[in-house]
Design a binder for this molecule. Structure first.
Ligand code: PRP
Length: 168
């Protein structure tokens, strides 16, 4: 496999700080619940919450669609639901990448059943041409990416940079 750097750890940190500032300002009066979509969001969420200047609660939902391949299977399974009561609360869904946007759409619909005050999405990466998340770090062109929590067949999640991965 060949890895080509796309965003450096420094560029990511700058963007995460910007997103954290924006979220902190928007929810200063009513701190949100951050809901990370496992597993890819763990690195992003860990950095995001530490860069925020307001308190926030954390919960997780597990959604899978890619398995070991590079293409969405088109069906999203929620294999772990949130445990927090979201009724009357603001929710920010934290996603590493909104690729087709299907995973996050399914998660948002599930969260809405709990009657939160609001639900928005914060995605570090979003694919050009897909529905815009409320908060977006980087818009990206076609190409499979790994690193900073994002895997290919469960590998590369620990890379500090985000890279495009291709078969040799
Ligand atoms: C990846 C990624 C997003 C989702 C985005 O998760 O972490 O959650 O796919 O794809 P979509 O917008 O096309 O639905 P994956 O299913 O690979 O599980 P993982 O987070 O455990 O790696």
């Amino acid at each position: 496999m060949r890895l080509t750097p796309l965003f450096s750890a420094q560029e990511i940190a700058t963007e995460v700080a910007r997103l954290a500032d924006e979220i902190s300002a928007d929810y200063a009066d009513d701190p949100p619940i951050l809901i990370g979509i496992l597993k890819g969001s763990v690195v992003f969420l860990a950095d995001l919450i530490r860069a925020m200047t307001i308190p926030a609660e954390v919960d997780f939902m597990r959604a899978r669609s890619y398995g070991k391949g590079m293409h969405s299977s088109g069906s999203v399974q929620i294999t772990k639901d949130i445990e927090t009561v979201v009724e009357g609360r603001h929710v920010v869904v934290v996603e590493d990448i909104s690729d087709t946007g299907l995973t996050v759409e399914v998660c948002v619909e599930r969260i809405k059943i709990g009657r939160p005050n609001s639900v928005v999405v914060c995605a570090l990466l979003a694919r050009e041409g897909t529905p815009p998340p409320r908060y977006t770090g980087f818009w990206i062109a076609p190409g499979f990416v790994v690193g900073y929590g994002i895997d290919y067949a469960e590998q590369y999640r620990g890379l500090p940079d985000i890279c495009v991965i291709e078969q040799d």
